[in-house]
Design a protein around this ligand. Sequence first.
Ligand code: GLN
Length: 288
Amino acid sequence: MSDVFYNNSIIQIIAFASKRLESISATPVLDAEILMAHALGIDRHKLVLYHNTLVDKKTLTKFKRLLSRRLKSEPIAYIVGYKEFYSLPLKVNRHVLIPRPETELLVDCAIYHARQRATILDIGTGSGAIAIAIKYNRPDCSVWATDISKDALKVAKHNAGTILGKHLIKFLHSNLFESIPTMTFDVIVSNPPYINPNIYTQLQKDIHYEPKEALLAPDNGFGIIKSLIEKANNYLSDNGTIIIEIGEDLSSRIQIFAPLFNFSISILKDYSGLPRIAIFKKIKNITI
Ligand code: GLN
């Protein structure tokens, strides 16, 4: 990288860097600011205080290293090792999916549907984002969380420990429900893999840094949601609710599938207006 950055103020370096980032990012200025703040070891909001300051050599080298990673489309969250979700600071690395803003809607639904002291299960917790956000806002509930990846569970346990304190969430290494003891939950939540593997190569470059096993599902993206619904019945209390994040292309298949397993279904749209959260409730058979 040529040294247009050398002997320049922070504001100028951010301007140069964001120009370069324009080709790979929809938010080049924000990205450059986050990387600069990270290199300086300060909060991004404090950057304004240093706009006209010159950058020392060590910080500049660090910034350039971060910038070159971002220029290869590595997501900002992995570069800085952190992502905010539901106003909580989560550690993330390449073993876990980066929590998305639309998944906050799933947390809203879980908090709304859970009765007092409900038992809640998060399947495929990844960074722990959903389980931790629920427990943080509903300490009355007991929260369980699983993941098939031991590396992901390490991240989730770390996040639970720093945000909530130890042992507040029960973590289990499990493929879907496989290692869950015989018991029932009032709310089962999941943001499972739901991307159609056939479109994987067409996805944004950033997404290719994320764990494939957290993104892709067989049967055009429906495979894992399907087995979740099939198996969830045995673990759901009578008045229980299943809340699942879905791909926008799966909405009609889910509406056809749910009644076959005796579930009524409602689907909520995300902030972009796309079907995103599927809510399943057991249909009660009324006998007179
Ligand atoms: N919403 C994510 C994306 O579109 C996918 C998350 C998932 O598969 N659960 O990148």
